[in-house]
Write a protein that binds this ligand. Structure first.
Ligand code: FA5
Length: 350
């Protein structure tokens, strides 16, 4: 077979080969086998040296033209194949339906946020302001201003995380009391406006954790200071708040409790709503859950806040918000609330 015949045969063969190619990779392999360094066209060009000058010129032109034609054929076949693949993929996709509702995964509020907001609303409706306070506080704010001097045994109840600079992670929301008294005492003294404030916040204690104890938990503190505020006011506010939160009758008990910053002090317990009072791990098998310590603000604490205890009295309470959320939503283990387990948290919707 002479060179001309070989070229004609190659032209026929490349068309058949390109038609048979199923993938882009097959086409690229053909490009190499026809136009590559060791390809058929290159082989033909190598033969030029054996031809006469005239033949070399005409045949050389034909081979170069064939090279251009082959390149165009290969590019064209590749383009068609890619277009076909894209079309097939688009055809296999479900049709876009403008009327379908969007498939957006909605987030949900954490149960503690829900309970906190609910309590804030209840207290706002009773004329309380809602205050924000830092999580890092001084020893004075957390202890000394609350009538808990250095080396007082009451500090042992709250194993504290200290920072290197001597500040600490607040162990109780009571740490904000002093700042609140100072913020509102002028209005109390000059305008006769009672101090009515709540301050929710995160607290930290180096606790061994169990079903009802965490090292990081939420409390909500409340104070009411004015003229002639007494224990009956305290009991009324506690009862109103709990019946609003639980939206049903709750059995509560008030027993004496010691906190250096109140006198007298009480522990307000609620009947465990997980076991109905029979006893379970959530209530340490007692049937009762310590929920809301409270009492009449100690004169020394009022004095530290710049308020004359001879003229003004008040009550304070420090509710366990985390435990409140457990009771409200029937969460048996407090540790679930900080676990970051979205499956269990997503069920709570605002
Ligand atoms: C206090 O923290 C006092 N500051 C409360 C107070 C304020 C008393 C004002 C009087 C007047 P206590 O340590 O008991 O008190 O904690 C209060 C509530 O926080 C507890 O009843 C409980 O509901 C919650 N709590 C305490 N420790 C934990 C913990 N480790 N895990 C979860 N909740 C806790």
């Amino acid at each position: 077979m002479n060179n001309e015949e070989m070229l004609t045969q190659l032209k026929e063969r490349i068309k058949t080969d390109l038609t048979a190619a199923k993938e882009v990779a097959d086409i690229e392999a053909l490009r190499v086998s026809y136009l590559g360094k060791k390809g058929s066209i290159t082989d033909l060009l190598k033969c030029l040296k054996d031809l006469s000058e005239d033949e070399r010129k005409t045949f050389g032109q034909k081979v170069n033209k064939a090279k251009e034609e082959f390149t165009a054929l290969i590019d064209d076949a590749k383009k068609k194949l890619i277009e076909n693949e894209v079309k097939k993929e688009l055809d296999s996709m479900p049709e876009f339906d403008m009327t379908m509702p969007p498939r957006i995964r909605r987030g949900s509020y954490h149960p503690i946020t829900l309970v906190q907001r609910e309590c804030e609303e209840i207290f706002r409706s009773m004329g309380f302001t809602v205050e924000d306070y830092s999580e890092i506080v001084s020893e004075y704010e957390c202890f000394e201003s609350l009538n808990i001097p250095k080396d007082h045994p009451a500090r042992d109840m709250q194993d504290t995380y200290y920072l290197e600079n001597g500040q600490l992670l607040k162990t109780q929301t009571s740490a904000a009391q002093n700042a609140i008294y100072r913020k509102y005492r002028d209005a109390l003294i000059n305008e006769g406006k009672p101090i009515k404030a709540i301050f929710p916040g995160r607290c930290f204690r180096n606790e061994s954790t169990d079903a009802c104890h965490e090292n990081t938990f939420f409390q909500m503190e409340g104070v009411y200071v004015g003229k002639d505020i007494n224990i009956s006011n305290l009991i009324f506010f506690m009862k109103t708040m709990l019946s609003e939160v639980f939206k049903r009758d709750i059995k509560v008990r008030l027993r004496p409790g010691f906190f250096p910053f109140v006198e007298p002090g009480f522990e307000l317990d609620i009947n465990c709503l997980i076991c109905g009072g029979v006893g379970c791990p959530s209530c340490k098998h007692s049937g009762w859950l310590e929920l809301c310590p409270c009492g009449m603000i100690h004169p020394e604490v009022l004095k530290a806040g710049g308020i004359d205890p001879e003229e003004y009295t008040g009550f304070a309470f420090g509710r366990g918000l985390t435990r409140l959320a457990m009771m409200k939503y029937g969460i048996k283990d407090i540790r679930d609330l900080n676990s970051g387990n979205l499956k269990s948290m997503e069920q709570f919707q605002a």
